[in-house]
Design a protein around this ligand. Sequence first.
Ligand SMILES: Nc1nc2c(ncn2[C@@H]2O[C@H](COP(=O)(O)OP(=O)(O)OP(=O)(O)O)[C@@H](O)[C@H]2O)c(=O)[nH]1
Ligand SMILES: [Mg+2]
Length: 647
Amino acid sequence: MAHLPAPARPRAARYTVVGTAGHIDHGKSALVKALTGTDPDRLKEERRRGMTIDLGFAHLDLPSGLRVGVVDVPGHERLIKTMLAGAAGIDLVLFVVAADEGIMPQTREHLDILRFLPVDRGLVVLTKMDLVTDPEWLALVREDVTALVAGSFLERAPVIPVSARTGEGIPALVEALDRALRDLAAPDADAPARLPVDRSFTMVGFGTVVTGTLWTGRIHAGDALVLLPEGREVRVRQVQSHGEVVDEARAGQRAALNLVGVAKDEVERGDVLVAPGTYRSSRVLDVRLRMLGSAPPLRHQDRIRFYLGAAEVIGRIRLLDRDRLAPGEEAVAQVRLEHETVAARGDAFVIRRYSPMVTIGGGEVIGADVPLRRRGRATVELLKSDAASDLDARVLAVVEASGTAGTTVEAVVPPLGLVRDRAVELMRVLVERGQVRSVRGRVFAANAVEGVGRAVAATLAGYHCEVPWRVGMPRDELKRRAFPAGDDRLYGDVLERLVAAGEVALEGTFARAREFAPVRTAEETAAAERLDALYRRARFTTPSREEALAQVGDRSVATRMLQVLLDEGRLVDLGSDMLFHRDAVAEAEMLIGRQIEAHGPITVATARDLMASTRKYVLAVLEHLDARHVTRRVGDTRVLLRQPGPR
Ligand SMILES: Nc1nc2c(ncn2[C@@H]2O[C@H](COP(=O)(O)OP(=O)(O)OP(=O)(O)O)[C@@H](O)[C@H]2O)c(=O)[nH]1
Ligand SMILES: [Mg+2]
């Protein structure tokens, strides 16, 4: 981050990161210098001791225009942790073997580590060629190397002899690099940002700077990010890539970020910068674990060192269906960490023994931030099917399990170890396929939606059979019967869609099946008309229900028709067993309204005189008008709120 602002050069179209690997003193750093012109050993101690102690960084532009970030790792056996941090984000490895020495212990160990990482391409570089004069020896070394990499991702890798001292083979290496990286798929720049920090330092005038390879997403100056596992919020003041100020760093690119909101001591290698609300820290992981053939057996609860991204965390292995895992074996297991770290489904990891420190295996995260699981075959079966099943099916299963209560995108993130944006994306696909319905922030499985639709239709049909004379079913009763529990949004949505599809009609407070029309006998119709006339005549002094029913023949017929008149609004219920014909209500409203307009606020006594009725009825009418905001009570009087008349 030395000089800024640097003039923005045309940016390379694509970026990639290459890393070294190999035994100590085999010429990894010299090779990086020969390739890039930059000595990756920048520490005084490194230069004094002639060995790499910390990660080194350089870059070069290939003839094809690809800009390559180079991460140089130490070969020392005590610095494997550093090597792992450097190797975590690389796209291609320069697998270095000194031609004069051949395969050595960390040649093997580095390869073992790489077997578990996502890196799937590499070049075998035979260094120090100037020191080898014996062709037989060289043939022997080549044979050993071929045997070593057999069966690994390096099996078909080109073997390129070079000398950093004479420069021999360097152009061929550049060419081979270009060829090997040509068809490299770009990592996901649209996923949320995730940058494992591999270095943090301060710069005078800048404050805290962190570097790392951006695994996914993009980072811009001004972005707010979260530093995990602490969860501290930070802001990016400036982004640089390969020594240049850039507007944006993209997935697959090395980036140096000047951060606001965090001191240098508060960030360390292994921390991870992520977009807010996306990745989370975990302490317990479900994993698929493979043991190296050369590893000592692993026992349940063995203490191990767990490596993911640039982090090393101590933890214990929980074997779920056995007590021992033998060399070369594979199992579904859990890792219980002593500190939180960032992990996501699909992440690669490596484990080493706690002590002595030997690489023993690695694998893939199946679930992050999961509960400790009961040991046993059943759990293993569950995790295996879980690991095998497609993510969208797993999301759908969670939504289906939520039934008519529904769930949210946020709620499916932790159980599946997903990133929020990934969950959003999967949910969108499920919605598009019609398997999930999203209603105002909640999601429901299609089968739950359909179930409610069927219940509404069946409930209405049943009601229409039972009560054919009624205009429909009161909507609150329909909901109570068809949808006794669940989220109201789902019910509202289903009903809306049934209406839109023409299957259900809503009329006031009633719902009915579209094709339904009330059916009444001649006797019923006659009874309805008689009741109508009776109330119309009674005007402002009406009979009680009992009295009215008694005047209309068959009691059950009369009771039903009284309900019909109420349903249809021909009768108005004023409470306390007082029913008025709607014409009477309209007339009372008109009388009272005109009186107030002409003479100002009206008392109950005046209203009573006007309606020529008793206090009981007049009070009921006035309260009805108050409730409808025609009048308002002020002390002992009513004032007019709006012109009288039907609404
Ligand atoms: N003759 C000769 N010497 C070399 C060549 N490459 C590296 N060396 C020497 O070998 C020694 C080790 O080289 P480095 O590049 O530091 O080795 P390294 O693999 O980076 O070592 P670590 O980082 O400590 O693992 C140095 O003294 C180099 O000068 C080469 O091509 N020819
Ligand atoms: Mg070195």
